[in-house]
Design a binder for this molecule. Sequence first.
Ligand code: SF4
Ligand code: SF4
Length: 468
Amino acid sequence: MAYDVMSDKASEFISDEEIEASLEEARSKASDPETVRFLIAKAREFRGLTHREAAVLTYVTDPQLLEEMFQAAREIKEHIYGDRIVMFAPLYLSDHCVNECRYCGYHASSDMERKRLTDEEIAAEVEALEKMGHKRLALEMGEHPQMNTMEYLLHAIDVIYNLKFDNGAIRRVNVNIAATTEENFRRLKEAGIGTYILFQETYHYPTYDYMHKGGPKKNYEYHTTAHDRAMQAGIDDVGLGVLYGLYDWHYDLVGQIMHAEHLDQKFGVGPHTISMLRIRDAGDVKKSSFPNAVSDDDYKKIVAIIRMAVPYTGMILSTREGGEYRDSVIALGISQVSAGSQTGVGGYTICTQKPQFEIEDHRTPLEMTTELMKSGYIPSFCTACYREGRTGDRFMQLAKNGQIGNVCGANALLTLTEYAEDYGDEEFKRTAEALVSEKISAIPNEKIRAKAASYVERIKDGERDFRF
Ligand code: SF4
Ligand code: SF4
């Protein structure tokens, strides 16, 4: 199919011919250090990379050039997002599913017991998450026309937003559900969701078709155009994700950048987030049966290239990745991490259900935030942009002119202070206080510096929810 970035058809904006041509051209260019260094220099100016350019970097193997790429990715992350890392947690509402995805433990023919949370169970889960300090959730549920209806989801969102606890409330609910209609996206927008997230899994059509044995998700066209419908319905922030390891990662990386280009050019706003995922054991699904499973080294390369190619997009890492390795990946471009996650329905309280996939990082948010501070990051529970209406192109403008880092940094300090006051032990409070005071004195803008310092004092006196 001819490539057309503006097309409404998935087969045209993710043209297989264009991806293959990009990879073919890339194989010859990647061995030329001058070309590779030119691309690294372009990325270091925060101008991003086209899918053709990103393709070249996927084939770089020279250790020196790879190190230069990693260094560029670290610099870009630091420049755009500073040293804050935003924390969130998934909340599984229902594991009913009619799809037959070969890589997922929830596939319809699995003989597992299924469960959908009641209002009371949702409240108990949210309370458990709130006790860990979470303010930002990603709602997850399988696809099931009778059990997981839009009415059920909208009601669950309403329940969550109306829960208030001693230390506050959930302030931002992102949603990761199956592709749906424009009308349903409009309803989700009205319900006040943050980002609509949908993982593509793979852009390679024959593999997509094979991996989805049955169910509505098998429809590649409908699935791949879901973000378009969400944006047409007024949801400004959408999130992408490839499940790396289903097909050749070089192909999927190029497809993912093309998808980002499509959204950027068609709607004037690229993806708000890209979730970084790779195949893991999931119930009766074994990673070892996926010949394209991605090695640790290649995975780092993928993260670095995406950081270089789409500098203004938040990158999310889940607890699928193990602790120490996860930290080294974070440095290459990750801006959001999940912590203390349970990947099963009722996992924070009743714990009767099978998880969707195995997690490797079992650290609690308190342990995770402590580690992040030790590594020089500011753990952040910020939800300010969405609540200040800084979404879509308003957000992108700030990101592109380099100003988002200023508000992110200050908000991270405020939310870390809240977190330390409400959830930290004495040692955590001391560490956080020292970090906050050091970082506040380094805020270049005098007005923001003074305001942040006064907000921190007021938080310590019991006030909450300040934001820039
Ligand atoms: Fe269902 Fe999602 Fe699992 Fe597929 S990946 S089986 S749609 S829960
Ligand atoms: Fe995210 Fe906006 Fe907060 Fe920065 S200021 S951490 S971009 S919500």
